[in-house]
Design a protein around this ligand. Structure first.
Ligand SMILES: [Zn+2]
Length: 356
C-alpha cells in the first residue's frame, strides 16, 4: 500500500462490532490465525529498489507461518496455532476474497502484511493500522505487532494508526494491517529485500501474537528453521503423484503419494537458508505397511547429491532426521524419488530444515 490509498467501506454495523468485541475476549486453545500477504498476481503492489511488494509480503507471510508452525510443533514452545493464509502463491486475490476467506473459515485474528511506498524516496519507517471503529482487541493486536516490529528492525517509528481499509472494515474478527517499511526508501528496502531480515520480522509477528494472547515469546533452540509442506509454494510434485488424506498423521492438510517405479519422477521441496552453513534436514510422512522401506530422499548440498533411504512403514506423523548437510545461502532442494523396489508407495509430506 502507498501512503495514499482508497479507503474501504466505512460503517461496520454496531452488531458486528459487538460480535468482534465478544470474540476477542475469548481465550482459545488453538487460535486460528489468518495471515494476509497483500496484493499478488496481476497486482504487484508497491515497487521500488528492485523489489515488488507482492513478493516481499508473500515471503514474509510464509515465514510467519513457518514460525507459528514451529512453535506449535515444539513441545517446549508457548503456543499452538492453526494458521490459514489468504494466498500462499503469487495469486490474484480480491479484497472481498480475502475477508470472505477469513470470515467463512472462522479465523480468530486477521493479520495483513504490506510494504509502504511514496513518491519521495525519503519517506521511511514502520506503521501499523487497526480499524477506526475496531475493538480494543484489534487495537491491542495492532500495538503488539508494531512494538515487536519496531524492536526488531531499527527503522523510523511512524506510529500506530487507525484507518478504514477494506480488509480491516470487512473482517469480523480482530484485525490489523502492518506496513513493514517503505519499499521506495533505500535503507528500508535493504531490510525488505533481505531474506534473513524478513525472517526476523516474521518472528517478531509471532512474538506479537504471543504477547497479545498472554504467552511467553517463543525462541527455538535452533536459530533457524523453515518448513516446506507439500501444499507450500516451495513444493513441486512429480507428474505421477496425487494428494491423499487416507492415513492420519499428515502434516498440514494432506500429503502427496506415488507408486514406486523405475522412472524418474521425483517430488521437490525448495527451501531457503539465510546463510551458508550446516543444517539438519528432517522429513515428515505418514506410515503404513504399503509404504516403501527404502524411500529415496535426495539431498542436494554443497558436496553434491546424497541419497538417504528411509523406511516409511514406520515413524510416521513426526519429524525424522535425514542427516546434517552443508548448504550455500539461498535456495536449496530436497527431492523424493519413486525409483526403488516396486510394489510400494512413497509419501511426500513436509520437509523441515533447521540449525542442528
Ligand atoms: Zn500494500
Amino acid at each position: 500500500m502507498g501512503l495514499t490509498k482508497n479507503n474501504g467501506l466505512a460503517g461496520k454495523s454496531a452488531a458486528l462490532v459487538c460480535a468482534v468485541a465478544l470474540c476477542g475476549s475469548v481465550a482459545l486453545a488453538q487460535p486460528k490465525i489468518c495471515i494476509d500477504p497483500g496484493h499478488g498476481g496481476t497486482d504487484p503492489g508497491a515497487v521500488g529498489n528492485g523489489l515488488q511488494e507482492k513478493a516481499v509480503v508473500l515471503d514474509t507471510g510464509l515465514k510467519f507461518r513457518n514460525w507459528l508452525n514451529l512453535d506449535t510443533q515444539d513441545g517446549a514452545g508457548g503456543g499452538s496455532w492453526n494458521v490459514i493464509m489468504t494466498r500462499t502463491t503469487d495469486a490474484t486475490v480480491s479484497l472481498s476474497g480475502r475477508t470472505t476467506f477469513a470470515n467463512s473459515n472462522g479465523a480468530n485474528r486477521f493479520m495483513s502484511i504490506h510494504a509502504n511506498a511514496f513518491s519521495s524516496s525519503s519517506a521511511n519507517g514502520i506503521e501499523t493500522f487497526s480499524y477506526t471503529s475496531g475493538s480494543s482487541t484489534s487495537h491491542d493486536l495492532r500495538n503488539k505487532v508494531y512494538e515487536e516490529a519496531t524492536a526488531m528492525w531499527p527503522l523510523t517509528k511512524r506510529g500506530t494508526k487507525t484507518a478504514n481499509f477494506y480488509v480491516l472494515v470487512n473482517t469480523n474478527m480482530p484485525a490489523e494491517l502492518h506496513e513493514m517499511a517503505f519499499i521506495t526508501n533505500a535503507t528500508d528496502a535493504s531490510y525488505l529485500g533481505s531474506s534473513s531480515h524478513r525472517d526476523n520480522h516474521a518472528k517478531s509477528e509471532m512474538w506479537a501474537l504471543q504477547r497479545h494472547y498472554g504467552q511467553a515469546k517463543y525462541t527455538p533452540s535452533a536459530s533457524y528453521s523453515t518448513i516446506v509442506d507439500n501444499t507450500s509454494a516451495g513444493f513441486t510434485p512429480g507428474s505421477g503423484w496425487w494428494t491423499s488424506t487416507s492415513t492420519a498423521g499428515y502434516y498440514g492438510s494432506n500429503y502427496h503419494v506415488r507408486g514406486t517405479a523405475a522412472v524418474s519422477d521425483a517430488s521437490t521441496w525448495n527451501f531457503t537458508v539465510p546463510s551458508a552453513g550446516t543444517y539438519r534436514v528432517e522429513a515428515w510422512w505418514t506410515d503404513g505397511s504399503n509404504r516403501s522401506a527404502t524411500a529415496p530422499y535426495i539431498v542436494s548440498h554443497t558436496g553434491g547429491n546424497t541419497t538417504v533411504s528411509v523406511n516409511q512403514q514406520i515413524n510416521g506423523g513426526k519429524w525424522n532426521s535425514l542427516g546434517n548437510f552443508s548448504f550455500a545461502a539461498g535456495s536449496n532442494q530436497v527431492r523424493l524419488s519413486c525409483w526403488t523396489t516396486t510394489g510400494y508407495h512413497v509419501i511426500a509430506d513436509a520437509v523441515r530444515v533447521r540449525t542442528p
